[in-house]
Design a binder for this molecule. Structure first.
Ligand code: ADP
Length: 654
């Protein structure tokens, strides 16, 4: 009876292997199978009636086994898809694992004339044989297992590992029992071998799992290696092209991914960051499709067409096998889509986790790129705004320049007529009238000084100079006299004492007389203005050696004259002392109201000193007083490079 069934195995096995894992000889199957089944029926019948020799059924077994193997091996050599070849490999591995232990336990000890281990062999072989259907089902239905696939893979791997492990263990003991007799004395040996197996098992399981993975997925990648290789590179790919070429040129190929794309959200629209191996719309309405994608994220999506009828739109989006959201913090920046993949388009759990880790890196890179883009945008906006302001500033300067020029002529006329009136050339005037005209004349002088200041201030440090030989002590003497007249007019003559300390051996310098007078006037004017209690104002002039760092002649010291103007006034707070040179800067609002002024006197003084190739600075102590220093280089002769343009303010300067 059992022998009759054996004959049936032949057509059933061959039929099975013609269909599994992929259909073979589709065109000839219907001519091939019916005669095969008919023949098996006849042979089974003959067997029932014991019309065949007793050993004949072995031939049936042989035909079923070898025929099936032949069909499987055929698949490895004919041009089938890599997916089918992989499944065939899995089935063959299953066969080897299911029958291998039997071979090892019977044949190896047999060859070495070692004793068989009897029942133990039978148990172990039964245990191993149960791997066979497991491998068949896994190879054929792997892609339909969904989330269970990972568990099936692990169970398969563990089961196979146990089979190989136990077989080796038993073979080792069977062989060793030939030389070592199991007495209490050999317990040490048994324990040592067992220990070695336990320890070896710990180390061998991981490589074995990799082997099974390779068998299951056809990949040789090690997730840790991939993470290590790309974790550093991705966040450094900080422009679109670099990131796209890293993802499509390196990450995808190393994971055998043939189709992938990345969509990013922008204003409710999803815009395509890249598409590799698939044609997609560059923009699309994000809402519905994205909601669906995100609901399915981080899970293998079996093709819908495999599960039933699909609409044409679904068909179009059906290339996506895996969706990984790209997130930074709580924000979803976009989705990373994966499709076809060698060999079987399947994304097992470890690879999903690996891609999710890489997606985090991609998220960081994209966010950094966005920040850089924002910064660039802001910088260009700021630059535009700055250009606008510069233009406004230029227009304002031009306006001030024009107005000041326009003021000069009427002021000169007023000045001329008040002089005529004061000198009595236009008729006798009373003492009261004289006093009134004097006030007018003084005020007009003040306005003329302001207009002159504004005009020279507008020209900055490039203002033209009219050079002549100047003896600075004389010039200072003259300015001090003006200052004395000023305090006299202010009615504060008794509060101030002016001291001039000039060295005897002062060299002559080549400078612009009117401009340098302006510097002295401004410094002395400030000394008076910011000394509400009065005090001594000292002007010191001495020759010195000075190193003008900014000059083209460079580091060497050169002959110079140093001038200091010190007062005993309110002083300047240290944190503001550097700002007093800025145009319009005044130490504080209340002092502005208290002392008046336009905040440009020092800017002009600095411009003039710099135009002469000199330097100016200040030292001060609040409540004690301030000292302003300037140093001018001494030149033997006029500088050839500087023009001798007309001095524009000459007509109105006093
Ligand atoms: P203005 O005198 O018209 O305000 P300046 O450019 O001449 O403008 O001076 C700028 C600021 O520097 C002044 O407002 C004042 O606060 C401070 N300053 C200048 N000279 C002195 C000084 N001798 N003592 C104290 N503060 C001074």
């Amino acid at each position: 009876m059992l022998h009759a069934v054996t004959w049936w195995l032949v057509p059933v096995y061959l039929h099975l292997h013609l269909l599994v894992p992929t259909p073979l000889l589709a065109r000839y199957r219907r001519y091939l199978l019916p005669p095969l089944y008919a023949l098996a029926a006849i042979l089974a019948g003959l067997e029932l009636f014991q019309a065949l020799p007793p050993e004949a059924f072995y031939l049936g077994l042989f035909l079923a086994g070898v025929g099936s193997l032949a069909l499987l091996f055929t698949r490895l050599f004919i041009g089938i898809s890599s997916l089918a070849r992989l499944a065939t490999g899995q089935i063959l591995a299953g066969i080897a694992l299911a029958f291998g232990p039997g071979f090892a336990l019977w044949v190896v000890p047999g060859l070495l004339h070692a004793p068989q281990s009897g029942m133990l062999n039978i148990y172990l072989m039964t245990f191993a044989a149960s791997l066979l259907p497991f491998f068949y089902i896994y190879a054929v239905y792997k892609r339909l297992l969904g989330g269970l696939e990972f568990r099936a893979n692990r169970a398969l791997s563990l089961f196979s590992f146990l089979v190989v492990y136990l077989t080796t263990f038993v073979v080792v003991f069977v062989l060793s029992s030939q030389w070592v007799s199991f007495t209490p004395a050999s317990l040490g040996f048994a324990l040592t071998v067992s220990m070695l197996f336990v320890i070896g098992g710990l180390f061998l399981h991981a490589p074995f799992q990799r082997l099974i993975n390779r068998l299951a997925y056809g990949t040789e990648h090690n997730p840790n290696d991939i993470i290590r290789a790309f974790a550093n590179e991705i966040p450094r790919a900080l422009n679109r092209d670099a990131l796209v070429s890293l993802l499509t040129g390196e990450v995808n190929p190393s994971l055998l991914i043939r189709q992938s794309a990345l969509y990013l959200w922008k204003d409710g629209q999803a815009s395509l960051f890249y598409a590799d191996g698939v044609a997609l719309d560059p923009e699309m309405d994000a809402s519905e499709q994205v909601r669906q994608w995100l609901a399915d994220a981080k899970r293998y999506r079996p093709p819908k067409s495999e599960l039933g009828e699909v609409s044409p739109e679904e068909q179009e989006a059906d290339w996506v096998r895996l969706v990984i959201p790209i997130e930074v913090g709580d924000t979803v920046l976009g989705v990373w889509l994966f499709g076809q993949r060698d060999p079987d388009d399947y994304y097992p759990k470890p690879d999903i986790e690996l891609l999710a880790t890489l997606a985090n890196q991609v998220g960081v890179a994209l966010e950094t790129m966005r920040l850089i883009e924002d910064l660039r945008h802001q910088a260009s906006e700021l630059e535009k705004a700055y250009e606008g302001l510069k233009e406004l500033d230029r227009l304002k300067d031009e306006f001030i320049q024009n107005v000041s020029h326009e003021l000069r002529t009427p002021l000169a006329v007023i000045r001329g007529y008040t002089d005529l009136l004061l000198e009595g050339l236009l008729g006798e005037i009373s003492a009261e009238q004289r006093q009134a005209f004097q006030i007018v004349s003084d005020r007009v002088d003040a306005v003329i000084r302001l207009v002159n200041d504004i005009l020279s201030f507008q020209q900055g440090p490039t203002l033209p100079l009219v050079r002549e030989p100047i003896y600075l002590a004389e010039l200072a003497q003259f300015s001090i006299r003006n200052a004395e007249i000023l305090v006299q007019k202010m009615g504060r003559k008794d509060q101030f004492r002016f001291v001039l300390e000039a060295s005897e051996d002062l060299p002559v310098i080549w400078g612009d007389y009117n401009r340098l007078s302006q510097v002295f006037d401004n410094l002395l004017g400030n000394a008076i203005k910011f000394s509400p209690e009065g005090g001594t104002i000292t002007v010191r002039i001495r020759p010195c050696e000075y190193q003008f760092i900014s000059r083209p002649e460079g580091g060497s010291r050169q002959s110079a004259i140093e001038v200091t103007v010190s007062d005993q006034g309110i002083g300047i707070p240290p944190e503001q002392i550097h700002r007093i040179w800025e145009r319009f800067y005044q130490v504080d609002g209340s002092s502005t109201r208290r002392f008046g002024g336009a905040g440009i006197g020092l800017t002009i003084a600095r411009n003039i000193i710099q135009a002469h190739g000199g330097v100016i600075w200040a030292e001060s102590q609040v409540g004690v007083g301030s000292t302003f220093h300037f140093v001018l280089p001494v030149h033997e002769s006029p500088l050839p490079s500087e023009g001798t343009g007309t001095y524009q303010n000459a007509s109105v300067s006093s």
